[in-house]
Design a binder for this molecule. Structure first.
Ligand code: NAD
Length: 360
């Protein structure tokens, strides 16, 4: 691994392949089969490659802590609770979300091809990582996919009008195939920014914009540490939702659909210190071919996107991008140039390797 000095800390620059091998060793040493460890590592590294360091290898130390605490069960797949054909109710049994999420998606994709639609509920899965990964699986098969996800870890997001954290960063994701053009993959946390990005900013010693966070007293702050480490009174601050009351509404929809409707559970208790992060995910898959609109869909989608791209770049902007493009662009650059990992995150990874006796 090469390393170089950044402005604030020493950053490590590492290529995807050795990083995958290192994270695989750690996850395997924590009890996973070689196949599972490789899948988890590949998923995390893909998040880094896609530009989402918040959901990349920096999550591995937390996963290892969760395994050691018993909140994350290695080598555990989904259990089918109900199967009516196009509707599935699945239990992730606290297995790695990289495994349970993919298993659920493979089942859902098969059913959507068979019936035209599939709705599946996945509860009690450990952290599903970057939700766009699942939308990318669906659009690769020509399917539209919608995902509503809640997060059971720490109530880190404040309700609109509220002064403390009451729920998680509840991501929402919509994947739409675009015929021969690259797909639209909208994938975002309903918080103003992902919690993991605050960990990365805190580790780098960076300040964040004023309207992203409130401190432990409910006041606006630029210090990402308020949601990363306990503050003077032992309490945390909170993230705000995106888009004021509208983003707040979307976050609640994710909690109600991803948490309540799936049976995985909603958050309604004070924070604890457990390291496991559980996700509930409601997924709806649609096959446009079976809907009978495939030709019109492809033509209208292509015409609309062409029209959109004709918009002149706003002053100081690079022009219009479609969701999914920033991630594809990042992959090209990071596959070539390597992935930067900040010193604090790298130390956490080293420490978790030591905890499980992995040599990296
Ligand atoms: P973000 O704010 O970077 O937004 C990402 C989305 O916006 C992507 O769809 C991207 O293509 C699109 N986008 C970015 N710039 C754009 C531009 N200029 N024009 C058009 N579209 C643009 O993402 P985030 O909210 O920080 O979320 C990051 C990741 O965190 C996501 O993959 C999400 O699934 C994941 N996440 C997971 C959990 C979990 O518990 N599993 C919780 C929260 C977030």
């Amino acid at each position: 691994m090469a390393s170089r000095s950044g402005d604030v800390t020493m950053n490590h620059l590492v290529q995807a392949a050795p990083l995958r091998a290192q994270i695989t060793s750690i996850v395997q040493a924590a009890g996973s089969s070689p196949e599972e460890a490789h899948k988890v590592a590949a998923n995390l590294v893909m998040a880094n490659l896609s530009g989402h360091d918040s959901h990349g290898v920096g999550m591995a130390p937390r996963y290892i802590d969760a395994v050691l605490e018993g909140g994350l069960q290695p080598n555990t797949g989904i259990k089918v609770l109900l199967d009516t054909g196009p509707m599935l109710s699945l239990d992730g049994q606290r297995g790695y979300g990289q495994i349970t999420g993919e298993q659920a998606m493979l089942m859902g994709i098969e059913r959507a091809k068979q019936f035209g639609v599939c709705t599946f509920a996945l509860g009690h899965s450990h952290h599903l990582g970057r939700i766009g990964h699942f939308a990318e699986m669906a659009v690769a098969q020509g399917l539209v996919s919608m995902h509503f996800v809640n997060v059971l870890s720490r109530p880190v997001v404040a309700p609109f009008g509220g002064g403390d954290g009451r729920f998680g960063t509840n991501p929402c994701c919509i994947g739409i195939p675009m015929g021969s053009a690259p797909p639209f993959v909208l994938d975002y946390a309903t918080s103003r920014v992902a919690q993991g990005k605050m960990r990365v900013a805190y580790n780098k010693g960076e300040a964040v914009p004023q309207d992203w966070l409130i401190d432990e007293h409910g006041h606006p702050t630029t210090n990402p540490g308020v949601v990363v480490v306990p503050q003077s009174n032992g309490l945390f601050g909170a993230l705000r939702t995106f888009g004021d009351h509208k983003g707040f509404g979307m976050a609640i929809a994710c909690e109600l659909l991803g948490g309540a409707l799936t049976g995985g559970g909603t958050w309604h208790r004070p924070a604890d210190n457990q390291r496991a992060v559980l996700n509930g995910m409601l997924t709806v898959l649609i096959d446009p071919v079976r809907l009978g609109t495939q030709d019109a869909f492809e033509q209208e989608a292509a015409a609309f996107v062409a029209w959109l791209r004709e918009s002149p770049p706003a002053p100081g902007s690079q022009g219009v991008l479609l969701a999914g493009e920033p991630e594809r662009q990042a992959r090209v650059l990071r596959e070539r140039d390597g992935i930067e990992i900040d010193e604090a995150t790298w130390q956490e990874i080293q420490e978790s390797a030591r905890k499980v006796g992995a040599k990296i």
